[in-house]
Design a binder for this molecule. Structure first.
Ligand code: FES
Length: 195
């Protein structure tokens, strides 16, 4: 390994494929450009099966690499915009008549320069942050599981109402979201600051 290269080795220790090693070598080729070489060291491959196995590894690894790269690019973009709690003192936002809003749910909104999504639960409308507090994964299109939203990146689930992580005792929680208020008389909907 020369100075400008880094090699990472992952090994499968047990189960199917035990003994397989994946060598990933990264080499600096130019500023903002990295060469990537991946070698699959697979024991006990039957004669004649290597090229088919290699093609399978290549296809799988290319897909995983592309997915990881997309995640990292998204995260970098989110870091650049400094996601977090919305600005305090943000004015209320009028969202119009309840029936018209319902037809657009789930609805993404921006409040205090931060992205949120309005969804309807059994007890009414709620907003939740669309940036996962783990690695800044995207929650804007994440499916609801009852009152919870599941992050597509690592599967953490968060309670839409409280923002708390559901599956573990964890300090991670969604950024405070504005409240969605429906005027009982006019049926107009507004976003207002959290309590
Ligand atoms: S980014 Fe990891 S669970 Fe959301």
């Amino acid at each position: 390994v020369i100075e400008s290269e880094r090699r990472y080795v992952s090994r499968t220790l047990e189960g199917p494929g035990a003994g397989t090693e994946i060598w990933t070598t990264l080499a600096v080729e130019a500023p903002q450009r990295t060469g990537v070489r991946v070698e699959f060291q697979v024991p006990h491959v039957a004669a004649g099966a290597a090229s088919r196995l290699g093609a399978g590894f290549r296809a799988l690894y290319t897909r995983l690499w592309d997915e990881d790269e997309a995640m990292m690019r998204h995260r970098e973009a989110m870091l650049a915009t400094r996601p977090g709690a919305a600005r305090t003192g943000t004015d209320a936002i009028e969202l119009g008549p309840l029936d018209a809003l319902r037809a657009k749910l789930p609805l993404r909104v921006t409040w205090g320069d931060r992205p949120f999504r309005i969804v309807e639960l059994a007890d009414g409308l709620h907003a939740h942050a669309t940036v996962c507090p783990h690695w800044l994964g995207p929650l804007g299109d994440a499916p609801l599981e009852g009152d919870r939203v599941r992050c597509p990146w690592h599967g953490y689930r968060f309670d839409v109402r409280s923002g708390r992580r559901c599956d573990a005792d964890s300090p991670l929680r969604l950024a405070p979201a504005p409240r969605v208020v429906v005027d009982a008389a006019t049926r107009q909907v507004r976003l207002v600051a959290p309590d």
